[in-house]
Write a protein that binds this ligand. Sequence first.
Ligand code: FDA
Length: 305
Amino acid sequence: MRRVFLWAARNRWLRERLPRFRFMRRAVRRFMPGETLEDALAAALPLQAAGIETMYTRLGENLQRVEEAEEVAAHYLAAIDKIVAAGITGEISVKPTQLGLDLDPEICLDHLVRIAAHAAAAGTYLWIDMEGSAYTEATIVLYERLRATQPRTGICLQAYLRRTAVDFERLRPLDPAIRLVKGAYDEKESVAFRDRRNVDSNFVGLSVAFLLGGHGRPILLSLGTHDVTLIEQIAEQVRPGGIGRDGFEVAMLYGIRTDEQFRLKKAGYRVQTLIAYGEYWYPWYMRRLAERPANVWFALRQMLP
Ligand code: FDA
């Protein structure tokens, strides 16, 4: 079922038709408070009141024209101002292909530098999402170049990729900010672990090694997962090294395991919620359905009157 949804995420015919159905729009609301940044900011208020910080991403990927990347960059620059004006402690997270990586990596880097500089001036942070494995190397190179001038930036790495242990060590000299996730794309056995247990153990191993191998250097690791068992295992394993529950961050998606987000915050973890918004939610929503078949039944129930 996972592969069917990941295929559907890439299928242009479905992408053009499915989002028009009202039941689909109703179903996606579970993970996305609305299509505008204002919807996302309103959803952040109860989280912020509980001490949970937020991160924002406008959905969209793989553009056709450089002008579209320009529009996306302008949107994020304005979004940073709106987040600050709303009195919200929020960061932003962008997909490189949304800023033109496919079209021209130099243009993409220019946009990232501008957004990162604006984020830093506003006292916030810019994160780079990780897309399918065809983009991994180009995204890491972008981050290396970005980080050279913009320290308030982080990158997402995926525990299902076989190369990620090497990427962690490659980035370590930059004192990077890393968000580790399991990985949301359909990858081949040659590049990615396909067995869930291998992905989970790589997730724990990478996190523990990264946190304990810091030797006093600044480290920012965000665990982007809803897998609370893994989060607690990692906390347990780094505790003897003097790293407490606030020594790393836990990031989850809006609408997923909300009760756990509040519980972890109360238990002393630093928790952040990623809130997505925007019109181009279809492939992103398909990847959420791929992660958990129960969500498919929820979507189908929205078809009922
Ligand atoms: P897993 O799928 O094993 O789920 C653990 C438990 O969490 C499940 O048993 C279930 O209870 C709950 N759960 C998980 N997904 C759910 C869902 N959709 N609905 C309801 N419950 C669910 N990926 C990527 O490739 N590039 C990226 O840049 C990012 N960025 C990112 C940021 C943040 C903040 C998060 C939380 C995730 C991402 N991801 C991502 C997605 C990530 O790769 C992964 O696909 C999802 O987080 C699902 O995997 P889990 O780690 O949650 O574990």
